[in-house]
Every structure is written in structure tokens, then in C-alpha cells.
Design a protein around this ligand. Structure first.
Ligand code: GLC
Length: 556
């Protein structure tokens, strides 16, 4: 596979990777599309456009899921004639227009969506296609029977993965996927090239750990939704999956199965005290491992990787379900912990000091309900509630069925705190004063109840809705969607809202933020047709019982 030579200024930080001359993509992509053309099913079952959709109420949860990666979602067949006088919400067509305006093309093909179409504020890197931001866009297109842009995106980012990645003189792992990329147009030669950012331009210079996981999750969503297995089966894709996971599965000094991360390596991409073992990454890691297991072919090249995945899944779910889980009983146990215990019999394994329990957590914890806390490492538990990690834990079945219901119970009973007047808090609570100063490094963008620090992010609506459908409680998603519908368009689809109740458009929020638009669309479409959930949620794996044994039922 060819690598784009990089222009690295001597002793300096590389600004961008730039593809020279463009030949890399022309040649490589031809190969990929040729093999795709050869093996792709002649007709991909097309989803009807949203406007044809019928309304359906959700009777139960897992009814809509099946673990098979190869069967297209049931949406088309089950969505025959409208069963009620359902009319699409008027906001839907506005949202579709906005989403279509955000499409980015490369040499005539749609390859992604721009992060924000807001020209009124400084652009920074919001004019790029972010991998994580594209996920809700991709889901919306898949649900609408438009898989091409998703396939192109998956192939383009796979190409970017094969670039040599260096920051100053330090080389990043082969499997690292970019945080974002951008199409450059050379008006003289009338030629387009791509540039990508693997963290070397990002604020804080952190590589996006979540990008690779989202890529695998999206590849499974594409495969599930279209029934087209040929893309995932391409040797390049199989290799891409293995490379991503190689970064996480190698043995080393780790004593925990969770993944050790730097601050700012995920959706929260600046210093916010999430370094260590953040829940967002652990949940995405678990989901990506399960998706990879469905996607990897059982051949010689993948055998070792598959074995490693299975072992890790067992260890990871055990660790998370036991040590990250907090409910009133667990809180009471920690409150009474002894410290300085030594040996295998220790109850307080990580030597957490009960004094480190923050006051707010005693009020926040309902009698019924629970959640995965933000982080667990030696003598440190971050008790904050993070939305994305908890929702992905439900969707991936990292949470047991009881834990999943408990998370939804908590959301319902702490609605005023977590949703307030606009869905949905990225984390709770915010840090203020001294704590904000120490933990964020005095970040003026992350002041209390703004942006990543307890800010409200409409994009999270799709995750809440998916989790609510998965747990058989779609009314939770519906309530949040209806609340958002009153404001999103009027406020210009902001990136985030500020304040304890989310009443104010964020201080530095972009308008026309694409994932706010797409997040809403996906949430609405899933609510109208819950069978869509299958592309982004997994069923509980009966094999995830204590015994580590692989059988074909892992795959089918
Ligand atoms: C902000 C967000 C990040 C997102 C990016 C582009 O940096 O923190 O999660 O990917 O904007 O929208």
C-alpha cells in the first residue's frame, strides 16, 4: 500500500498531512471500487424515503434487534403501508435540507459532511469532516436508503489510515484513524486533494482514540443496513479493523482491561479531567470489539485477533460491570470503605478514599437507578455522569439488562438535571471555581455549564433515543425529541447550549452544526421506525457468560 510522503518541517510540528499529486487516491480507490463492483449484490435493498414512512409504536426492545451483521435491517419490509395517519414532523424537511447542504464531495463523489456550516464565526476546523461527527449523518443516510456516501466515507478514511502519521519526530501507530479531514481544491490545476488531522493540528495535540472505534461501528451499521457484506470483506477493510484493534489489544504494563487514554482523546477533545480510563472510550471500545467480531472473517490472518477480542470482551465487561457501576448500594459501600488494604482479599481494590466522594453524588443518586461513572483508576473515581458512555453501554450490551434499565431510571428521575429545558447534558455536574481551574487548566471555553463542562449537546438526542428504544422505553426519547423540536430550528441548530437547564445558546457554539441536525433526524427516524435501531445496537450475547468459548453463534 502506498504512503503519502509527508512534508515535515525540520524540528517543527507538521501542520497537515497533505496528499501529493492526488495519485494515491486515484489508484487505490480504483482497486477498491473494482473489487466492490465485482462482489457487491446487484441490488441493495433500498429504504424508502422518510416521507413514505409509517408511524409505529414500540412494543418492546430487543424484538427489533438481531446480531447478524449480514441481514439488512427490517425497516423496508416492515415499513409497508402506513399503519396510522402519521405525518412527518415539519422540522424533518428543514433538517434534511440542512444535512444535504453540509455534504462534502471529493472528485465528484460525496465523502462526508462538514462539521458546521456557520460562516459567521471563526471557522477553526469546523470546515472539516470529522469522523465522530459524521456518524449521525451516516446513520441518517443509511436509514434513508442512501448508503453511497457512507461507503465512500469508509473507504476514504481507510485510505487516510494508511498514511504515515508523525507528530514532530514521533510516529503514531499504523491503525490510528484521523479525527478529521478536508478537501483542498487547487484552482490552478483544477485538482482536489485531501488533508487529514490525526491529532497533530488538533488543539492539545491529542490523537482521537474514538475515531477508529466509530469507524468499525459504522462499518457494521453499513453492512447491517444494506446487507452488502462485500465492503467489510475487502482485504483492506479486514486489515483496517485489525490495525485499529492492534493498537488496543497488545499486552504491556496494563493491569486493567480498560484502555488508558490521554485527556481530550474523544468527543470531549480538550482537557476536562477525563484522562485515565474514560467511560466514553471504554464503552466505544467494547462496542467496536463486538462489531469487529461480527465483521472479521474467520481466516488465518484474523484468528489471533479474534481470540484476543473474545478474551478482552470478557475481561472488559467484568471490570466495567463491577468497578464502574454505581448505584445506591455501591455508593453506600464506598462510603464505608476501609483503605490501605493489601492482598487479594481487599474489598477496596483501588484504594479509593471515601473522603473523595463529592457531596453532590449523594443527592444525585436516586434510590432506584444507577450509572457507569466517568473513570476508575488507582485511588481515583470520577463520579461524574457522562451521557455518551452510558448510552453506548446500553446499545452495546456492556450494561446488563438490569443496569440498562437502571441507567434509564436515573435519567428519568434526574430529568431536570440531565435534560432540563433542552436535551442533553454531555456530563453532570459541571466543575466550577477552584476545581475548574485545576482540572481544565482555566479553560475559558469550558466554564461551568458550558461546552464540555456540563453543556447541553443536541447531538446526544440520537443516543438517548436509541437507548430508550433499546430498553423498551421510547417515551423517554419522544419526550426529549419533542422538547428539542421547539427550539432547534429557531436557534439555528446550535452545537451546544449553556446553563444548568440548557436555556441559552452556547457562548461560542457554532450555528448550523451538522451533527445537531443529523442527531435530530436519526432520533426522529428511529422513533418512527424502531427497527432502524438494529444498525446501531447489539443484542445481548448469550455467549458472554463466564466461560470463554467460541462458537459460530458469536457471528450469527
Ligand atoms: C468540538 C467537539 C468535538 C467535535 C468537533 C467538531 O471540538 O468537542 O467533539 O468533533 O467540535 O464538531
Amino acid at each position: 500500500m502506498s504512503h503519502a510522503p509527508l512534508a515535515v518541517p525540520q524540528n517543527g510540528t507538521m501542520e497537515h498531512h497533505q496528499e501529493p499529486g492526488g495519485s494515491l487516491f486515484e489508484n487505490g480507490d480504483c482497486d477498491l471500487s473494482r473489487s466492490l463492483g465485482r462482489s457487491r449484490p446487484t441490488s441493495i435493498e433500498r429504504n424508502r424515503s422518510f416521507d413514505d414512512r409509517s408511524f409505529s409504536e414500540l412494543p418492546s426492545s430487543d424484538h427489533y434487534l438481531d446480531n447478524s451483521v449480514f441481514s439488512p435491517g427490517r425497516r423496508s419490509s416492515s415499513m409497508g403501508t402506513p399503519t396510522s395517519g402519521f405525518e412527518p414532523h415539519p422540522l424533518m424537511s428543514e433538517a434534511w435540507d440542512a444535512l444535504r447542504r453540509s455534504i462534502v464531495s471529493f472528485r465528484g463523489q460525496p465523502v462526508g459532511t462538514i462539521a458546521a456550516l456557520d460562516h459567521s464565526t471563526e471557522e477553526l476546523n469546523y470546515d472539516q469532516v470529522f469522523v465522530r461527527d459524521f456518524v449521525p449523518s451516516a446513520l441518517a443516510f443509511l436509514m434513508n436508503g442512501e448508503p453511497e456516501i457512507v461507503r465512500n466515507f469508509l473507504l476514504k478514511t481507510l485510505r487516510l489510515q494508511s498514511w504515515e502519521k508523525k507528530i514532530d519526530q514521533f510516529k503514531l501507530g499504523e491503525g490510528v484513524m484521523p479525527a478529521s479531514f478536508k478537501v483542498l481544491h487547487d484552482p490552478v490545476r483544477n485538482f482536489e486533494t485531501l488533508i487529514a488531522d490525526f491529532g497533530e493540528s488538533a488543539i492539545g495535540r491529542v490523537a482521537p482514540v474514538d475515531s477508529g472505534f466509530w469507524w468499525i461501528i459504522l462499518l457494521r451499521a453499513y453492512t447491517k443496513s444494506t446487507g452488502d457484506t462485500s465492503l467489510a470483506e475487502l482485504p483492506e477493510c479486514q486489515r483496517g479493523i485489525r490495525l485499529i484493534l492492534t493498537l488496543c489489544l497488545s499486552e504491556g504494563f496494563d493491569t486493567f482491561p480498560t484502555l488508558l487514554c490521554a485527556d481530550g482523546c474523544s468527543m470531549i477533545d480538550r482537557r476536562m479531567g477525563i484522562y485515565g480510563y474514560p467511560i466514553e472510550i471504554q464503552a466505544l471500545f467494547f462496542m467496536a470489539l463486538r462489531c469487529a467480531l461480527l465483521l472479521l472473517k474467520q481466516d488465518e490472518e484474523s484468528r489471533e485477533c479474534i481470540d484476543q477480542i473474545i478474551k478482552r470482551l470478557h475481561a472488559l465487561s467484568y471490570h466495567m460491570r463491577n468497578y464502574f457501576w454505581l448505584d445506591i448500594k455501591q455508593l453506600n459501600d464506598i462510603y464505608r470503605y476501609k483503605t490501605e488494604e493489601y492482598s487479594h482479599t481487599a474489598v477496596n481494590k483501588f484504594n479509593v478514599m471515601p473522603d473523595s466522594l463529592p457531596d453532590w453524588v449523594f443527592d444525585f443518586m436516586p434510590s432506584r437507578g444507577g450509572y457507569f461513572i466517568g473513570n476508575v483508576s488507582p485511588a481515583r473515581m470520577d463520579f461524574r455522569w457522562f451521557c455518551l458512555g452510558n448510552c453506548v453501554a446500553i446499545l452495546s450490551c456492556l450494561a446488563t439488562p438490569e443496569q440498562s434499565s437502571a441507567i434509564m431510571d436515573l435519567i428519568e428521575s434526574r430529568w431536570a438535571d440531565l435534560v432540563g429545558e433542552m436535551p442533553l447534558k454531555i456530563c453532570y455536574p459541571a466543575m466550577e471555581g477552584h476545581e475548574w481551574r485545576i482540572v481544565t487548566g482555566c479553560d475559558p471555553k469550558n466554564t461551568g455549564w458550558s461546552y464540555h463542562n456540563g453543556g447541553t449537546w443536541p447531538v446526544l438526542l440520537w443516543l438517548l433515543t436509541a437507548a430508550s428504544i433499546k430498553t423498551g422505553r421510547p417515551q423517554i426519547g419522544r419526550r426529549a425529541i419533542e422538547m428539542a423540536e421547539g427550539r432547534l430550528l429557531k436557534d439555528g441548530w446550535p452545537e451546544y447550549y449553556d446553563g444548568k437547564l440548557g436555556r441559552f445558546v452556547g457562548k461560542q457554539a457554532r450555528k448550523m452544526q451538522t451533527w445537531s441536525v443529523a442527531g435530530y433526524l436519526v432520533a426522529r427516524m428511529m422513533l418512527e421506525d424502531p427497527s432502524q435501531l438494529g444498525m446501531i445496537a447489539l443484542e445481548e450475547d448469550k455467549q458472554m457468560l463466564p466461560q470463554i468459548k467460541r462458537s459460530s453463534s458469536w457471528i450469527f
